[in-house]
Design a protein around this ligand. Structure first.
Ligand code: NAD
Length: 253
């Protein structure tokens, strides 16, 4: 069965990856793509004006919309999908609680799947972290993420997800973002470090260190294609489901 998808942020890094990945798959067809800078053609798809999204949803009636844009547009597009009865997949990061509340509201009308990271390797890293942290009780934890120099939000959405995973198995831990000057480590804190350089697609390291030993759990994305593939897997999985809130781990399971 072919699932029809609409793609937002089509001229952005991830939008372009999603369109390129869709062009290589038989189970996905692109209904239309939008950007706030329309006019270009990406992977053979003419990019239309994001301001016309509601009209385009009504005209093409895609099965799923795939969104990698910014927090404000993510919320706006989720509401448009809820109105149009179109399933919504988003990997946009930097969302605050109000944004998540708005996505959950949309999930009352249509299926919504949100993931701060669409890679299978990160899903495996999350499982490894949830196992390692309780096994290494009392060890110091430092989380470092590295991304390309145009990334807007820090720490990354994936880092926040990993921090939530750590809290889930160890209880809430104070988060210390970077250190400067007289800044000794206090017991139980989690150090969080965001590096921005070059065109790095995404790296996350969770370091657990005790006396005389340390364990480093690291994931590196070699290309954004891995996130695009995961998002399209999520879109095909989500198509035709009931309204509600879904998680990428459900797709993998
Ligand atoms: P980008 O800056 O290259 O592209 C963003 C696109 O969204 C651009 O086309 C921009 O015009 C559009 N956009 C931004 N704000 C908008 C608005 N208010 N209205 C309309 N269009 C808007 O960024 P990117 O690298 O493609 O990343 C996009 C998002 O996806 C970021 O939040 C990033 O962190 C996230 N991301 C998530 C994953 C994942 O697996 N979940 C992977 C990579 C990136």
């Amino acid at each position: 069965m072919t699932v029809t998808v609409a793609v937002t942020g089509a001229t952005g890094r991830m939008g372009e990856e999603v369109l390129a990945a869709a062009a290589d798959r038989d189970d996905v067809a692109v209904a239309f793509a939008v950007s706030r800078s329309p006019g270009a053609e990406v992977a053979g798809v003419a990019v239309e004006d994001a301001a016309d999204l509601s009209a385009l949803l009504a005209e093409h009636d895609p099965d799923v919309l795939v969104d990698f844009t910014g927090p404000a547009s993510c919320v706006e597009y989720a509401a448009a999908c809820a109105d149009a009865g179109v399933a919504f997949v988003s990997g946009t990061t930097g969302l605050n609680q109000g944004c998540f509340d708005a996505l959950r509201e949309a999930a009352g009308e249509v299926p919504v799947l949100y993931a701060s990271n669409f890679s299978r390797g990160i899903a495996a890293l999350r499982r490894a972290v949830r196992e390692a942290v309780p096994a290494l009780d009392g060890y110091d934890i430092e989380l470092t993420e590295t991304h390309h120099n145009a990334k807007r939000d820090a720490p990354s959405g994936t880092a926040l997800t990993l921090l939530d995973d750590i809290d889930e198995v160890r209880g809430d831990s104070p988060r210390v973002h970077g250190r400067e000057g007289e800044a000794p480590r206090s017991e139980g804190e989690v150090g969080v470090h965001a590096r921005r350089a070059g065109d790095i697609a995404g790296e996350h390291e969770v370091l657990l260190a005790g006396n005389h030993e340390s364990l480093s759990l690291t994931h590196r994305a070699g290309s954004r294609g891995v996130f695009a593939a995961g998002a399209l897997d999520a879109a095909t999985w989500l198509s035709g489901r009931d309204a509600g809130w879904y998680d990428f781990t459900e797709v993998l399971e």
